[in-house]
Ligand binder design. Sequence first.
Ligand SMILES: [Zn+2]
Length: 79
Amino acid sequence: MLTCKEQVARSSDYLDGQLSFREKWMVRHHLMFCPNCRRFIRQMRLMQATLKALPEQPVEGIDDLAERLAEQRRKDNPL
Ligand SMILES: [Zn+2]
């Protein structure tokens, strides 16, 4: 059985589907018995999904947008 450290080292390859059949099996086996690593994998998967959802290029005019939103908020809630 893998140690948690070995498991973590394989996590990103596991999520990318880069592991051999044998290693994949070892990871699954470890996950079956280790709630900590299950949680870790779940968070990693979530993070990967979030990263993929982000645009590749920095969004143009994001500063303008932030500025405009801030201004809008000032108008809506004058102090
Ligand atoms: Zn573990």
